[in-house]
Design a protein around this ligand. Structure first.
Ligand code: SAM
Length: 314
């Protein structure tokens, strides 16, 4: 993966901030507060560590938390090592230590894991109230062992095979442990202004997710709501978390134009791989050219439909 992946993950933070379903998040926070402390959280596919800092900043965590965040992408974990302490410090935390683990290095001499301890700084007027021990590690989500109170999988389950991922998550959880899976894509990518080819483009994009890509699916959010009960999980709450990126007076907020750009690139690459007789290459190129102009001119609105799910392990 390239640097642009990390830039994209940082840029989508404000889009996720707006989108996250507050009902589901509040239920997650309440359920965490019922667990004995320190509460153990494992985050899979943590990217640049946005969710850790968000949960602390938004005061969703109990007083003592041990947080293990993993991603298989080295560059994302490297970026998380900078971003997470910086954001926690800005939120009023003191970072006591930042140490490499004893589990060695990956290519380039990068440590496999780093642990930091963050505690509320009583002298600042920040909002922090949790003592957090955070381990950031380069690892495959399904090569781990743990006995966690909760697993967080944000914007992840739509790129995995749910039949394997759900038992994999169950194996990481203690009795009655929780899975919080926000921003799980669920079959909707739309743009405004409308174009007569929109539906065909979206259908081909979904076909690529369902038939060409190795894992995941275009209806992962809804599929999750069927797979979890079938595997004995109790779905506690679910709700929509649609992404809406909208310019105002020709300008996109923060770095959100980069999110739309990344989506258009991903869609263009996907559609190259699923030729369709109903959608000629010229028509497809014209559709993308139109969307790029509209993005540049600050006129393009992008909406993606996602679900947030909170469930308890069998
Ligand atoms: C769409 S990104 C979401 C990142 C982050 N959760 C967020 O919402 O900002 C998916 C992330 O999952 C990671 N990933 C995918 N499969 C993984 C696996 N099997 N083990 C660990 N990380 C994985 C990718 O490297 C990527 O950083």
């Amino acid at each position: 993966m390239t640097d642009s992946m990390q830039a994209y993950l940082e840029a989508k933070r404000s889009v996720d901030d707006r989108a996250l379903n507050r009902r589901v998040l509040e239920r997650f926070a309440t359920a965490l507060s019922d667990r004995p402390e320190p509460v153990r959280i494992v985050e899979l596919g943590c990217g640049v560590g946005t969710m850790i800092a968000r949960l602390a900043e938004w005061e969703c965590l109990p007083a003592q938390v041990s947080y293990r965040a993993v991603d298989r992408d080295v560059a994302s974990i490297q970026r998380a090592r900078k971003l997470v302490p910086a954001r926690l410090a800005a939120a009023g935390y003191t970072i006591d230590s930042l140490e490499s683990g004893a589990d060695g290095t990956v290519e380039g001499g990068v440590p496999k894991s780093t642990t930091l301890v963050a505690r509320p700084d009583e002298t600042s007027d920040g909002i922090g109230s949790t003592r957090l021990e955070i381990t950031l590690a380069v690892a495959d989500a399904f090569g781990l062992e743990d006995d966690a109170d909760a697993v967080v999988a944000a914007a992840l389950l739509d790129i995995l095979d749910l039949e394997d991922a759900i038992p994999g998550i169950a194996n990481l959880l203690a009795d009655d442990g929780l899975c919080y899976a926000p921003i799980t894509y669920d079959g909707g990518t739309t743009f405004a202004p409308r174009d007569r080819l929109d539906e065909r483009i979206e259908a081909q994009y979904h076909r690529h997710m369902d038939e060409v890509r190795d894992n995941g699916g275009s209806r992962a959010g809804s599929d999750l709501l069927a797979v979890l009960p079938r595997k004995g999980w109790n779905v506690l709450v679910t709700g929509g978390s649609d992404w809406i990126v909208r310019p105002s007076a020709g300008e996109y907020p923060d770095d959100e134009a980069a999110v739309v750009a990344r989506v258009l690139e991903t869609m263009a690459d996907a559609l190259e791989e699923v030729p369709s007789p109903e959608l000629g290459a010229d028509a497809r190129r014209r559709w993308f050219a139109r969307r790029w102009y509209e993005l540049e001119d600050g006129e393009l609105v992008y909406v993606a439909h996602n679900l947030d799910v909170l469930a308890r392990v069998p």
